[in-house]
Design a binder for this molecule. Structure first.
Ligand SMILES: [Fe+2]
Ligand SMILES: [Fe+2]
Length: 165
C-alpha cells in the first residue's frame, strides 16, 4: 500500500501517459494524411512508447497493492499547420510531462517513499532523452531553413572533427 495522496498522483501520471499516447497517435495521423510515412511511423512508435510508460505506472501501482483507475481521455490536438508545429507541440508536451514527473519525485521525497523514488528514477532519465530527441529533430528541420540540406551535411561533418595532437 502507498499513502493515498501518492497513489492518486501516480494514478494521474498513469493516465497522463495514456493521454500522451493518444496525442502522439493524432500527430501520426497528421503525417499519414500528408503522405509523410516516415514521420507517421516515428509518431506511431512514440505513441506505443507512451503506452509502455503508462503500463509501467500500472504495474507499479498493482505491485504496491493499489488499483490503477482509468480516467477519460481528452480530445488531443488534431489540427496542425506544419511539421514544425507538430514537433514544437511534442516538445511542449514532453516538458509538461517532465514537470509532472518532478512533482511526483518531490511528493515521494516528502513522504519518504523510497521505493517510489527509485521507480521514478527511470522516468527522470527518460524525460531527458525525450526532450533531447524532439529538440534535435527541431534543430535539423530548422537547419534546412537555415542553409538547406548541405548545411546539415556540413554539421554532420563538423561533428567528426578531432583535435590534432
Ligand atoms: Fe512518457
Ligand atoms: Fe514522452
Amino acid at each position: 500500500m502507498l499513502p493515498e495522496k501518492l497513489t492518486n498522483a501516480l494514478n494521474d501520471q498513469f493516465n497522463n501517459e495514456l493521454q500522451a499516447a493518444h496525442a502522439y497517435t493524432a500527430m501520426a495521423a497528421y503525417f499519414s494524411k500528408k503522405g509523410y510515412h516516415g514521420f507517421a511511423n516515428f509518431y506511431l512508435v512514440q505513441s506505443r512508447e507512451e503506452h509502455f510508460h503508462a503500463m509501467k505506472f500500472y504495474h507499479y501501482l498493482t505491485a504496491m497493492d493499489e488499483k490503477p483507475v482509468l480516467q477519460s481521455l481528452a480530445e488531443p490536438k488534431n489540427h496542425f499547420v506544419s511539421a514544425i508545429d507538430v514537433l514544437e507541440s511534442s516538445l511542449a508536451q514532453e516538458k509538461d510531462v517532465t514537470s509532472n514527473i518532478y512533482a511526483l519525485v518531490t511528493l515521494a521525497d516528502e513522504l519518504q517513499e523510497h521505493a517510489t523514488l527509485s521507480f521514478l528514477d527511470w522516468f527522470i532519465e527518460e524525460q531527458m532523452e525525450e526532450e533531447k530527441t524532439f529538440r534535435d529533430i527541431i534543430t535539423r528541420v530548422r537547419g534546412i531553413e537555415e542553409g538547406g540540406e548541405y548545411f546539415l551535411k556540413m554539421d554532420d561533418e563538423f561533428a567528426t572533427r578531432k583535435m590534432e595532437e
